[in-house]
Design a protein around this ligand. Sequence first.
Ligand code: SAH
Length: 398
Amino acid sequence: MGTELNIKVRSNLVNKYKGGYPLITKQVMDHTGSVEEGMLFNLVDEKNSFIGKGYYGKQNKGYGWVLTKNKDEKIDQPFFERKIRTAIDKRKSFFRDEETTAFRVFNGEGDGIGGFTIDYFDGYYLINWYSEGIYTFNEHVITSLKNLVEYKAIYQKKRFREDGKFIEEDGFVDGERGQFPILVKENGANFAVYFNEEAMVGVFLDQRDVRKTIRDKYAQGKTVLNTFSYTGAFSVFAALGGAVKTTSVDLANRSLPKTIEQFSVNGIDYEAQDIIVEDVFHYFKYAVKKNLKFDMVILDPPSFARSKKFSFSAEKDYKNLLKEAIAITENNGIIVASTNSASFDMKKFKGFIDAAFKESNSKYSIVEEFSLPKDFETIKQFKEGNYLKVAFIKKLKG
Ligand code: SAH
């Protein structure tokens, strides 16, 4: 261990890391000389006593992750295998569930190693790598999977820049190449999933419980507007739950064929649904002009988005987005407000909701709340890791 780099943590941060905070922040790296992606180091306090061992890996969130607080624990293949085995054991009930064949198997720091995730799609394992640093350990992770599970194939996606750009590859690692789309199940519904197109595979698994709730408790007999609809996953569940009509709005051209496909693999006549390729902020204006109102409006914007005319940041603009939705929601209708922004918490999100209704002279009550589902394991020392916040808001009369 003598050759390992020691990084001294500023005194005001020592307790945080001793308490198990896993992310290596900019402050920690500030006075450190050159470090390479994947390099292991010890965090130490002012007296050089050991706090934890981590690796360097620059990603959008920070500069790497603490891996262990045990000085003697080696960061080797068995280390990765132990963590992944524990993660798999925690998901036993998911592996047994025949109605749901797509879920997260390993959720980064929530399962003990930040910087990568593993998702399961009906026998296929997809690894997402979020830094070059964690990718230097890729053989350890792949060997662990080979030792621990049976699979049709392992795929991977590098979600970091190499030489300043994202390298496009099909990501096949081992097993037998899949025929895309592969069809997976979620609470009995179908999704078509592609590993070979772009970063996103066609469905965001973290919204599973929200989709089920829309289908089972809220959709029957309702008109539903799904904004930022991507492949229309919420619309599919609303239609399966008996919605009279769904309207899906997304700016991306691909959303039209993708949404048609998701309806079709569920036996839903897509021609009875509206699928609109348009800026949602433009659509809101159109809806107001035409006096359109919906029983349910779903808002699931990205944390940041820029279109030709508008730029959107969840933290700055969510309140106004809600006001647009309130204006076209029927009395006693439901607004499903969702955000995956890690830069604010549920309390602040509820503040946006409250302000939006006040400024709209409208009343409301929150009838359901969601954060990440069980397979997206999180740890209490890293609250930002539980980024998902969803509120079902009933717009009350008067
Ligand atoms: N709600 C979706 C996921 C949304 S991903 C689901 O549950 O599957 C974010 C989507 O917002 C992307 O598909 C992107 O094309 C779309 N988007 C971003 N800015 C937009 C805008 N101004 N108008 C419409 N769609 C937008």
